[in-house]
Design a protein around this ligand. Structure first.
Ligand code: GZL
Length: 315
C-alpha cells in the first residue's frame, strides 16, 4: 500500500501519522548552558533522542523564561507530538501550558517543576528531590561538626532566584540544621548556578566577613562551589580545610576537586535524564499512562570516596 494511502487509512481510524512509522517529534525547551550539569543534561537528551529514533526539536533559552515561552509556542504551532520543558523558574508558565493542553499536546516536565495549581497541565515530572538534596547536605555537615564546640559560621551560594532547585535546596538544608544552634548561616546570596558568579559572590562574602571566621560554604551546585574555591585560594585560605566546601550535582570536576582536597562532599543530582525522558515519550505515544512523578535515584559522595568513584562517573 502506498505511504499516503497508509496515512489516510490510519487517519480514518483516528491514529496519528507517527503510527505509520513516522518518527515521534519531541519539542524540548532547555534552560541554557549555565553549568556542567546543564551541558551533561543536554548531551544526555540529544543522544537518547537519537538512540530512540525520536526527532528532537531542541530550543536553548539562554537562561531566559521568555525564550522558553516562545519555544513552547513554536512547538505548538508546529504540532509536535510531545513537549518537554525544563523550567528556568517555578512561576509564569501557566498560560503557555494551558495553550499546549488546549492544542492537545502533552507536556512532560523534566529536571525542575513549576508551581501551578492546575497540575493537569503536565502529564509527568521527572527529576530529583531537591529538598532531600538540601537535607543530605545539612546532615553531612551535622555529622562532620558533631562533638565540636563554638559557632559554625556558614555562607551559602544560592542557585538561580525563583528556580525550584534553589528554593528547595535552601529549604532542605535549613530544615536539616534547624535544631543545631551552633550551625549558623551568616550570609546567603544567589550566584545563579554559575562558576563565574560563584567566585564573584564568594569574594564579596570573604571581604564582608574580613576579621571573622567563615567555617563552611554551602553551594547549591558544584559550578558555584568551584568558582568559590578559586576565591578562597586567592584570599590565601585553604578550601576544604580552612573553609569546608559542600556542594550538589556530582559533576566530574567536583570529584577532581575532592581528590585535590579542595571540596569536602558533593550530593549527587543526576543530569542523565535523556533515556527516561525518551522512554516516557514512547510510552505516552503508545497510549500508556505515565507516573505523575519519575524520581531519579542519587547518592552522597564525600571526599573519602572520590578517587575510587571518579573513574566510574558518567558526567
Ligand atoms: C538540577 C538543575 C540545576 C543543577 C545546576 O536539577 O536544575 O541547574 O543543580 C543547574 O547545576 O544549573
Amino acid at each position: 500500500m502506498q505511504r499516503r494511502h497508509a496515512l489516510a487509512a490510519l487517519a480514518a481510524v483516528g491514529l496519528p501519522a507517527w503510527a505509520a512509522g513516522k518518527p515521534i517529534v519531541l519539542g524540548f525547551s532547555q534552560i541554557g548552558a549555565e553549568s556542567a550539569w546543564r551541558t551533561a543534561n543536554s548531551a544526555s537528551i540529544k543522544q537518547a533522542a537519537k538512540d530512540a529514533g525520536i526527532t528532537l526539536k531542541f530550543a536553548d533559552a539562554q537562561q531566559k523564561q521568555e525564550n522558553q515561552i516562545k519555544a513552547l509556542r513554536a512547538f505548538i504551532a508546529q504540532k509536535v507530538d510531545v513537549i518537554a520543558l525544563s523550567p528556568v523558574v517555578e512561576t509564569g508558565f501557566g498560560t503557555v501550558l494551558r495553550e499546549a493542553k488546549a492544542a492537545g499536546i502533552p507536556v512532560i516536565l523534566t529536571d525542575r517543576l513549576v508551581k501551578e495549581a492546575d497540575e493537569s497541565l503536565w502529564v509527568s515530572f521527572m527529576g530529583s528531590d531537591f529538598v532531600e538534596e538540601g537535607r543530605r547536605a545539612g546532615r553531612w555537615l551535622i555529622d562532620k561538626t558533631k562533638g565540636g564546640t563554638g559557632e559554625v559560621r556558614i555562607v551559602e551560594l544560592q542557585g538561580t532566584v525563583g528556580a525550584a532547585p534553589a528554593l528547595d535546596r535552601k529549604k532542605g538544608f535549613e530544615e536539616a540544621i534547624k535544631d543545631q544552634p551552633r550551625l549558623k548561616i551568616v550570609r546567603s546570596q544567589t550566584a545563579d548556578f554559575s562558576r563565574a558568579k560563584g567566585k564573584e559572590v564568594m569574594e564579596a562574602f570573604l571581604k564582608a566577613e574580613a576579621g571573622r571566621k567563615v567555617d563552611v560554604l554551602y553551594a547549591h551546585n558544584d559550578d558555584m562551589a568551584l568558582g568559590a574555591i578559586q576565591a578562597i585560594e586567592e584570599a590565601g585560605l585553604k578550601p576544604g580545610k580552612d573553609i569546608l566546601v559542600i556542594s550538589i550535582d556530582g559533576v566530574r570536576a567536583a570529584f577532581e576537586a575532592m581528590v585535590a582536597g579542595k571540596l569536602n562532599v558533593t550530593v549527587e543530582c543526576s543530569p542523565l535524564l535523556g533515556p527516561p525522558l525518551m522512554q516516557a515519550v514512547k510510552d505516552l505515544k503508545a497510549g500508556k499512562t505515565l507516573p505523575r512523578r519519575i524520581v531519579t535515584e542519587e547518592g552522597v559522595f564525600p571526599a573519602e570516596v572520590a578517587a575510587r568513584e571518579l573513574p566510574k562517573r558518567r558526567y
